[in-house]
Design a protein around this ligand. Structure first.
Ligand SMILES: *Cc1c(COP(=O)(O)O)cnc(C)c1O
Length: 374
């Protein structure tokens, strides 16, 4: 038995977006960011599709996610970007994940456990080239490199940094971070024998920062069809445009005719000003359709936009369909995505919720049943 609410994931859109990212990457080396359950789109399904299309690596936040990918048969390198701590090292080693090392304190334990398993561990280093969140500052970078090299069974395979303002096309920050990253990693040529993979670009870096591609790129949000700077980004983007991947669908479970002056739902947050037709949907904040969307959001019914009226409750939402033509129980209602020639995007929802598309996608995707569609 399925829920009346469902998330639909478009395989074709995932492929389209991946190809677009690959095109822009220059050398075609894309590490697909599938952390947070692929931003709510389903980590394993998405990972398989990206690998099929040529992703050279995957990025996750936690070791646990990497282990799940391995258990599903994924063989490409998987970088663990957060939570490389003593407690997660056994999983990282046993699942052959690639730890991103943020300072020297973990190296002795990593080397010790690798030694017990007779492994040489390839790792990436995190440089704080301006993000100000994780990693070592440029001044401490060479010391970190040498610390790794003091352990025979640890090997530097890559160096990364992250861009703090890549979604801001006008900011000078990205060029500065890029220059710091390039200058700091230039020292590696003499220090690290063999190929070292340099990577900096998230979606913003890939789409907006010239020269940020280096050896590999790390798009996340763009794989799922959104620009890091929301609808502004979409409006300014060169075709082919990214295609939103996720739809959030439900259906009408009651249609009510109410007179003017009827208070609707909790707190009577909305009172009808005319005789109205109200459609009731079996969706609410439990499903990520948050209360802050009350009296604000719109949904698509019968190919038209209709406003959410009254307080969104745990499992119920009301929509004013007075101007929507004939609406019946069982009609499809689209909370996110296209219906006919209308579309509600995660950027629209983000605006109503005072957040960014990333959060909307994670929220809806994680709290609802998901189906992978063509
Ligand atoms: C999440 C993440 C990305 C992807 O960012 P998007 O803005 O979604 O493209 C890239 N790099 C790192 C380190 C990340 O944590």
């Amino acid at each position: 038995m399925n829920s009346l609410n469902r998330i639909e994931i478009s395989r074709a859109a995932l492929i389209h977006n991946f190809e677009r990212c690959r095109q822009l990457s220059g050398n075609g080396a894309v590490m697909a960011m599938v952390k947070a359950d692929a931003y709510g789109h389903g980590m394993i399904d998405c990972a398989r599709i990206f690998i099929e299309r040529g992703a050279v690596a995957l990025g996750v936040a936690e070791a646990l996610e990497g282990a799940e990918l391995r258990a599903a048969g994924v063989t490409v390198p998987i970088l663990v970007l957060a939570g490389v701590v003593p407690q997660t090292l056994p999983v990282i080693l046993d699942a052959r994940l690639t730890p991103v090392v943020v300072d020297p304190s973990i190296l002795a334990e990593l080397s010790h456990l690798a030694g017990l398993r007779q492994l040489t561990v390839g790792l990436h280093l995190k440089l704080d080239a301006g993000m100000g969140r994780q990693g070592v500052l440029p001044a401490d970078f060479l010391a970190l490199v040498r610390a790794v090299q003091s352990f025979p069974n640890l090997q530097i395979e890559g160096v990364m940094a992250h861009l703090p303002l890549a979604d801001d096309r006008k900011s000078a920050s990205s060029d500065q971070v890029l220059a710091t990253f390039a200058a700091t990693t230039a020292q590696l040529a003499q220090e690290v024998p063999g190929k070292c993979c340099l990577h900096l670009a998230n979606s913003g870096g890939l789409f907006y920062v010239a020269g940020a591609q280096f050896d590999m790129v790390r798009p996340g949000i763009s794989l799922y069809g959104y620009y890091p700077d929301g609808q502004e980004g979409r409006a300014a983007a060169a075709p082919p445009l990214l295609q939103p991947v996720m739809r959030f669908l439900t259906q009408v479970i009651q249609v009510r005719q109410v007179p003017a002056g009827t208070g609707l739902g909790y707190n009577h947050l909305f009172t009808t000003s005319r005789p109205s037709i109200i459609a009731v949907l079996p969706v609410g904040y439990e499903d990520g359709y948050l209360r802050c969307l009350s009296n604000k959001a719109q949904v698509l019914i019968g190919g038209r936009r209709a406003p959410v009226v009254g307080r969104i409750s745990m499992n119920l939402t009301m929509v004013d369909v007075t101007d929507s033509g004939a609406v019946q129980v069982g009609d499809e209602a689209v909370l996110l995505g296209k219906q006919g020639d209308q579309e509600i995007t995660a950027d629209d929802l983000a605006e109503w919720m005072d957040t960014i598309s990333y959060e909307v996608l994670c929220l809806f995707g994680k709290l609802n049943q998901r189906v992978l569609a063509a």
